[in-house]
Write a protein that binds this ligand. Structure first.
Ligand code: WAQ
Ligand code: MG
Length: 255
């Protein structure tokens, strides 16, 4: 049996009562890891750079191993940029290459740059028209019930590439699950943590392209956009993102 351990923390009351999102986390672990993972989540929610949480919810839920799907890790690459303008230009080019139209890319940036407060989840946009497809408002769609299959091997993988930080760890797992989703063609993301200015474009073709700067220093506004192929069953997609248990596997050494 595996256990989905999920955390969400807010300030000014629970999210559903209008509290401001502070932090969230998603793991899928063995029974003996639950205590350690919960303690780490609690510490993280209480000492977050976005502010101090006064509402913290941690859910532990059993997941049958037979329901778990395995998906491959994406290949990381990094583009170093000096400023936000260059970062956005790099992201735009990558999204174009991934098959997102200029109109939908513009819509994606408008949605993220127009946020006055960070969301808990992601926005789903049509990759052709840029129209918003989910009806979740400020809550968005939260990708959940996923983890890396072999945490020790993944830590080593990241360390050997100079990528050993929790942001990359979590984002690469999330993006791998999302790119394996029915109808998702690409993702645009940057962090809502004020001290973390990097972001990425992920594409269905299998890459996770980091961009070193997608927002100004000190900004607490970040978010995620999933670009979705026209004709996709959005209800089914949301159900996959939120509920399908997924373990992300590393490609074999040398491949
Ligand atoms: N599902 C959907 N959306 C999410 C989730 C989730 N599980 N977690 C976060 N988001 C959305 C939400 O709107 C947040 O405000 C936003 O993404 C940013 O979340 O160096 O740390 O956890 O390789 O702050 C990119 C790493 C890090 C770049 C991104 O996002 C790199 C990051 P954060
Ligand atoms: Mg954050």
């Amino acid at each position: 049996m595996l256990y989905s351990v999920r955390m969400r923390a807010a300030q000014g009351g629970p999210h559903e009562a209008g509290g401001r999102h502070i932090s969230g986390a998603e793991r899928l672990v063995l029974a003996e890891q639950i205590n350690t993972v919960m303690t780490a989540m609690l510490d993280r929610a209480r000492g977050h750079s976005r502010g101090s949480a006064d509402f913290i919810n941690i859910t532990v839920e059993a997941v049958a191993e037979t329901s778990v799907m395995r998906v491959p890790l994406l290949t990381p690459t990094t583009t170093c940029v000096d400023n936000v303008t260059d970062g956005q230009a790099a992201a735009t080019m990558l999204l174009r290459q991934a098959g997102v139209t200029p109109k939908a890319i513009t819509s994606g940036f408008e949605h993220l740059l127009g946020l006055t407060e960070s969301m808990r989840g992601a926005i789903l946009l049509c990759a052709a028209t840029g129209r918003r497809l989910d009806e979740r408002g400020q809550r968005g769609v939260r990708v959940s019930r996923m983890d890396i299959a072999d945490a020790a091997a993944f830590s080593h993988y990241l360390a050997t590439r100079g990528l050993a930080n929790i942001h990359v760890w979590e984002a690469m797992v999330l993006a791998a699950k999302a790119m394996a989703a029915p109808g998702v063609v690409a993702e645009l993301c940057w962090s809502d943590d004020p001290d973390y200015v990097a972001g990425y474009v992920a594409a269905k073709s299998g890459y996770y392209h980091r961009i070193t700067r997608l927002k100004p220093n000190g900004s607490s506004l970040g978010g995620r956009i999933f670009f979705v192929q026209p004709g996709t069953d959005v209800g089914r997609l949301i159900s996959y993102l939120e509920r399908q248990p997924v373990l992300v596997t590393l490609a074999k050494e040398g491949t």
